[in-house]
Write a protein that binds this ligand. Structure first.
Ligand SMILES: [Zn+2]
Ligand SMILES: [Zn+2]
Length: 174
């Protein structure tokens, strides 16, 4: 959904998004149902629009360690200031930015692309390290087995395994 600044009023316009087809298949995640985003866009002068809202959904991610897929819930507040690129000096902008804790997005045309903004927000909500659980044991480096689901007998991966091998050896010797 593309919303021109000229459609946005000073008192604010509300938008609800409950389907997100363009988001269903991303490289790093997929969006699961239900998807719900509601936001209010408010005109703040000729070249500025403020967005406030909330984004709730569930994402399916791939675990970095075991490559299994797992779900995370996303529930994030949206607070973004859209500004048209202007001739103001960057210094002034930097100052404004430190004074407010709004995320600021500089646009080159006076249009808010809602799908694009929501997609960006989903990317921002992704964890740096994607793990299905903190205790995820990952894949065995030798045989590739998913160590959360099964155990293997690769010696290097299991200290207990090498103890057993040693015990066998002793038996043979004696
Ligand atoms: Zn995992
Ligand atoms: Zn193994």
């Amino acid at each position: 959904m593309r919303i021109a600044f000229s459609e946005i009023s000073l008192s604010g316009n509300s938008y609800e998004v409950h389907r997100f087809d363009s988001l269903v298949s991303q490289q790093d995640f997929s969006v699961k149902e239900p998807f719900s985003a509601h936001c209010t866009l408010k005109r703040k002068g000729d070249n500025k629009v403020e967005m406030q809202g909330r984004l709730q959904t569930r994402l399916s991610l791939t675990c970095d360690r075991c490559l299994g897929s797992y779900d995370v819930d996303v529930d994030t507040e949206l607070l973004i200031l859209f500004e048209m690129e202007s001739t103001e000096s960057w210094q002034v902008k930097e100052l404004e930015r430190t004074l407010s804790d709004l995320d600021s997005i500089i646009l080159d045309e006076p249009v808010v692309d809602l799908d694009d903004v929501l997609r960006q927000q989903l990317y921002l909500s992704l964890p740096l390290k994607m793990l299905c659980s903190q205790q995820c044991k990952g894949l065995c480096a030798q045989c590739g087995i998913n160590r959360n689901l099964a155990e293997c007998n690769c010696a290097n991966e299991h200290p207990l395994g090498s103890f057993a091998a040693l015990a066998q050896l002793k038996k043979k010797v004696s």
